[in-house]
Design a protein. Structure first.
Length: 86
């Protein structure tokens, strides 16, 4: 219930629920890249953390294969840790 209320509040503050879900997916993808990636992927994770939405989109489109691979790993991390707890 708390998680649902937080989502509603975040929607009011930041935008649509889809944006929040996408942001959470990106968060966990970047966490997976930083934790499990090689030096290039770790550098991409750091760049993604610092990027504004437009530049994050450029990173995601330029490195599609890496993003897809670590997105799956990020989903596993989210299931394991949930609610933003690392």
């Amino acid at each position: 219930m708390l998680n649902k209320n937080i989502k509603k509040l975040m929607t009011l503050i930041t935008g649509t629920e889809k944006q929040i879900v996408d942001g959470a997916r990106d968060y966990w993808t970047i966490e997976a890249m930083a934790k499990y990636g090689g030096s290039l992927v770790k550098a991409l994770a750091e760049a993604a953390r610092r990027a504004d939405p437009q530049n994050l989109a450029k990173i995601k489109s330029a490195w599609v294969e890496y993003w897809a691979e670590y997105e799956r790993t990020g989903q596993e991390l989210e299931r394991k840790h949930g609610d933003g707890i690392k």
